[in-house]
Design a protein around this ligand. Structure first.
Ligand SMILES: *Cc1c(COP(=O)(O)O)cnc(C)c1O
Length: 414
C-alpha cells in the first residue's frame, strides 16, 4: 500500500469577524505555548483547575458550588447541562434561531422514550417536549415564556440567553421570574453572552443550569474548557434521577475540579485526562477577563457595536440584531438576496464574516475581542470594499464620518 504524507499544514492568519470563535488573545496563546508537559494529576495543573473554578465563580457572579468547566466547546457544556433531563421529562424549550433550535433537538433527544428514538432516531419527536418557535430576528419575551410555562407546567424550561444565529438577546429576567413562579428549573445557553455581557448568575434564581464556551467572550480558541454552573436544586435532581453519561455527568465531572459531595476540597480527583496546556490557556483567559473587568468589557462591546451598526446602516444595510458582539444584517436593495455570495467573497480573502446558518440568509459580522477603533475601521473598510466589488455605491467619506463621530464622542466621554 502506498502512503501519502501531506506537506506540513499551514493555517493563515485571518480576520476573525464572525459570531465566534473570536480573535484569540495573544496572552492566551502565549500561556498555551509556554506550559510545560505535565499530566492531569500534577500539582500545578490541579491547582490551576481549582483557581479557574474560583475565577469562574467571580466572573459569573455566583455562589453555586458546582461551577467548573467541561473539556470542549459550547456543545460539550450544553450536553453536560442537559444530561439531567431524562426520558419522559416534561420540557418547554424556546427556539428563535440556529443554536436554540439545536438545543431544542438535544432536549428532544434526551427526553425521548426508547419508542420515540426508534421511530425517528436522528430527530426524535418527544411528546414530553414542547418547542415554542419564535420567528428568526425576534427575541423571546417574558409574556411568551409566562404563557408557555403556565400552560405546560414542565419540569425544565430552556432558552438561549443570546441567540447567535439571529443575533437576538432574549429576556433572561422574564425567563428566570417565570421559572421561579411556576417551580420550573430553568436551563440557559449562555455560550454567546459569557465574557461579553456584565451579568451575575445569582441575580436569576429561577435558572438552575448554565452552559457557555471558551472561544467566544472568553477569547480562548485553543479549545479548552466550556464553563458550566448548577444550583443545588439541579444537583439534587440529578442525584435523584441519575444521567445516562459518565463523562458529562456534572457530579462526576466536578470531582476533577475539586468539588466532591457538594463541597470544595483541596485537590481534584481523577475524572478524565486534562491538558496542562489547556488549563494554562483557560486560566489566562479568566485572569484577563477579571483584570479588564466585565463591566468595562461590556461597555466597550456596546460602544463598538454601535459604531459598526451605524456604519453598515450608512451603507444602506438593515440591521436586525441587538446583541453587542455581533451585527446581523440584510444587504440594501440592489444586493438583496446576494448575502451568501458576499460572505463567500469576503471569506475567500481571509475576512472571516459569516452567513446565518438557517433561513433567512443574512450576513453576520462579529467583533469578539476586536474592541479597538482601528479594528472596527478595518472591518468596516473591508466590508465596504466587498459591497463595492459587487456593484454597490458606497460613499466612503460618509461612512468614515459616521465612525469619526462615534469615536470622537467615545474619546470625549473618557
Ligand atoms: C456558538 C454557540 C453554540 C455552539 O457552541 P460550539 O462552541 O460550537 O460547540 C451554542 N449556542 C450558542 C448560543 C452559540 O452561540
Amino acid at each position: 500500500m502506498s502512503q501519502t504524507i501531506f506537506p506540513k499544514l499551514t493555517i493563515p492568519e485571518t480576520l476573525a469577524a464572525g459570531p465566534g470563535p473570536g480573535n484569540t488573545d495573544a496572552r492566551v496563546l502565549q500561556a498555551f505555548a509556554a506550559a510545560g508537559v505535565a499530566d492531569h494529576m500534577q500539582g500545578d495543573v490541579l491547582r490551576g483547575m481549582i483557581e479557574c473554578k474560583h475565577m469562574l465563580r467571580q466572573i459569573w457572579g455566583t455562589r453555586n458550588v458546582h461551577t467548573f468547566a467541561v473539556a470542549g466547546t459550547g456543545w460539550s457544556a450544553l450536553d453536560t447541562m442537559f444530561s439531567a433531563v431524562m426520558p419522559g421529562d416534561r420540557v418547554v424549550a424556546f427556539s428563535n434561531g440556529t443554536f436554540s433550535g439545536i438545543d431544542a433537538l438535544t432536549l428532544r433527544i434526551k427526553a425521548a422514550t426508547p419508542a420515540e428514538h426508534a421511530a425517528d432516531s436522528l430527530n426524535p419527536q418527544a411528546a414530553s417536549v414542547t418547542v415554542i418557535e419564535v420567528p428568526h430576528g425576534q427575541s423571546v419575551t417574558g409574556d411568551v415564556i409566562e404563557a408557555a410555562l403556565a400552560e405546560h407546567e414542565p419540569k425544565w424550561a430552556f432558552m438561549a440567553h443570546w441567540e447567535t444565529g439571529s443575533g437576538r438577546i432574549n429576556d433572561l429576567r422574564g425567563f428566570s421570574d417565570a421559572c421561579a413562579r411556576h417551580g420550573v428549573m430553568g436551563l440557559i445557553d449562555a455560550v454567546s453572552s459569557l465574557g461579553v455581557e456584565d451579568f451575575s448568575i445569582d441575580d436569576y434564581p429561577g435558572v438552575a443550569g448554565w452552559a457557555s464556551c471558551p472561544q467566544k467572550g472568553l477569547c480562548c480558541l485553543p479549545l479548552t474548557y466550556a464553563p458550566v454552573s448548577f444550583t443545588d436544586a439541579y444537583i439534587a435532581s440529578l442525584k435523584a434521577t441519575g444521567a445516562y453519561s459518565y463523562v458529562h455527568n456534572p457530579i462526576f465531572e466536578a470531582r476533577h475540579w475539586g468539588i466532591v459531595d457538594g463541597q470544595d476540597v483541596d485537590k481534584g480527583t481523577y475524572h478524565r485526562t486534562h491538558s496542562g496546556y489547556a488549563v494554562a490557556a483557560f486560566h489566562e483567559s479568566l485572569r484577563l477577563t477579571l483584570q479588564e473587568t466585565l463591566a468595562k468589557r461590556a461597555g466597550a462591546y456596546r460602544t463598538h457595536e454601535a459604531a459598526l451598526r451605524d456604519a453598515v446602516t450608512a451603507m444602506g444595510c438593515e440591521v436586525t440584531s441587538n446583541m453587542t458582539s455581533l451585527v446581523v444584517l440584510n444587504l440594501p436593495g440592489d444586493l438583496a438576496g446576494r448575502e451568501m455570495e458576499l460572505v463567500q467573497n469576503c471569506r475567500a480573502e481571509g475576512f472571516g464574516i459569516w452567513p446565518t446558518l438557517s433561513a433567512p440568509v443574512q450576513v453576520r459580522i462579529g467583533i469578539l475581542n476586536q474592541l479597538q477603533p482601528g479594528a472596527i475601521r478595518e472591518i468596516v473598510r473591508r466590508f465596504a470594499d466587498a459591497m463595492r466589488a459587487m456593484g454597490a455605491d458606497v460613499d466612503h467619506a460618509a461612512v468614515e464620518a459616521v465612525l469619526d463621530k462615534h469615536y470622537i464622542q467615545t474619546i470625549a466621554a473618557q
